[in-house]
Design a protein around this ligand. Structure first.
Ligand SMILES: *Cc1c(COP(=O)(O)O)cnc(C)c1O
Length: 404
């Protein structure tokens, strides 16, 4: 990574750039796989990073991809033909559902009774059965106190997507409506095969908290599936494995999580997970150059090329993005090189907004204009969640290390 970053730094106009370490991604995925017991299937949530090269590496080692829009569906089907796709997410349009049925999607994660009926109509019209998991919004799934302890400040605000009122999934009473309709004998219902339940309740949890959540989901799903005659149920436990942005060397405890799932699994069941962030975050770097360094009212600012319109993650999650400085000796001008003094420095981008902050008050004595900064943990929810059009700066380049 470092060698490529320094090479890009010497090339005219090559920075800012994203660098994806495909070999690192492949090795990470292999380790994740090893930690998961056989009944657990690993899907990858494409919304974390849909880069085509990243998807190819992931698809080689995962059991499938979870897509959350017609756009992601078309992109994944095009980029990794033959990959098993699960189509989830709220607000699927009739056109998206019809296209997904025609494309032979592996599983539909259904978000509402209305969506189920639309899917039934589409499957009937296409003459092609569709396989369904109903997405449940479990009541009383407020994370336990230990979940809060488990999530360090660096993992950022946890995104809670289950429990209280949510646009995601269905209350148990709506699940029962779905089951009644499926059992009602209509031709549209006959075009659907109910395989089990899906739950993605929160993001940013440690292994212990996530296992606690999985236990509650399994408990509910087993009873619900037994009551509704779903044999050999599939239970999708969602994603949400934490990435700790304050401790970039830390990793979600996949071995502990895998051991917990092995204990929880029962014969005949398929357990499936669909992480995004904890799969690809570590393989991405956003490499840029310090354009200027200056003091302001007792604080120092380093302005880098690009900014949060390329890497929105720290602004979105409210953390300092971890980084490494790659010093550059050359200085082409005949005036003094702007440099940071001993005090803290705030690293900002080129946008005309005070929100364009990548890292606040970091110790960087000697950081100079012309040095390179490589921001890590930029492989998930980074480029693709950023507001690229704002201020019309050029887009970053994309580069890859290895082939995965
Ligand atoms: C976003 C999302 C995921 C992935 O979440 P991560 O926190 O990136 O692991 C999985 N499933 C669903 C339904 C999601 O919305």
């Amino acid at each position: 990574m470092r060698e490529l970053a320094e090479r890009l730094g010497r090339a005219e106009g090559a920075l800012p750039a994203y660098v994806y370490d495909l070999d690192g991604l492949g090795a990470h995925l292999a380790a994740v796989r090893t930690a998961l017991p056989p009944p657990v299937e690993l899907f990858y949530a494409v919304k974390a990073n849909p880069d085509p090269a990243v998807l190819r590496v992931v698809a080689q080692r995962a059991d499938g991809l979870e897509v959350a829009s017609g756009g992601e569906l078309a992109h994944a089907a095009d980029g990794v033909p033959g990959a098993r796709l699960a189509f989830g997410g709220p607000g699927k349009t009739a056109a998206e559902i019809a296209a997904a049925v025609r494309a032979g999607v592996f599983r539909f994660h259904v978000e509402s009774p209305h969506e189920l009926r639309q899917l039934g109509a589409a499957a009937l019209a296409a003459g092609r059965p569709a396989d369904v998991l109903l997405r449940v919004n479990l009541p009383a799934t407020a994370p336990e106190p230990r979940a809060a302890q488990n999530a360090s400040p660096g993992s950022g605000a946890r995104l809670v997507m289950g429990g209280g009122p949510q646009p995601f999934g269905m209350d148990p009473v709506l699940l029962d409506h779905c089951a009644d309709w499926l059992a009602g004998g209509s031709r549209a219902a006959g075009a659907l095969r109910l395989r089990g339940l899906h739950a993605h309740l929160a993001s940013g949890l440690g292994a212990a908290a996530l296992l606690g959540s999985a236990g509650r989901v399994l408990d509910f799903a087993r009873r619900w599936c037994a009551r509704n005659g779903v044999r050999n149920p599939e239970i999708n436990l969602g994603g949400g494995m934490a990435v700790d942005y304050l401790r970039p060397g830390a990793r979600f405890d996949w071995p502990a999580y895998g051991r917990g799932l092995a204990l929880a699994a029962r014969a005949g069941e398929t357990l499936r997970i669909e992480p995004g962030r904890a799969v690809t975050a570590y393989c991405g770097w956003y490499v840029t150059r310090v354009l200027d360094v200056k003091p302001s009212n007792g604080q120092a600012f380093a302005v880098v090329a690009g900014g949060t319109h390329h890497l929105r993650t720290p602004a979105a999650k409210g953390h300092d993005q971890p980084f490494a400085v790659l010093p550059v000796a050359a200085w082409p001008h005949d005036w003094a090189r702007p440099a940071a003094a001993a005090g803290p420095v705030t690293i900002v981008g080129q946008l005309c907004t005070p929100k364009d902050v990548l890292a606040r008050n970091v110790r960087l004595p000697g950081l100079r204009a012309g040095d390179l900064v490589a921001f890590g943990l930029a492989g998930a929810y980074a480029w693709n969640i950023s507001h690229h059009g704002f201020l019309m700066h050029p887009e970053p380049g994309f580069h890859y290390v290895g082939t995965g």
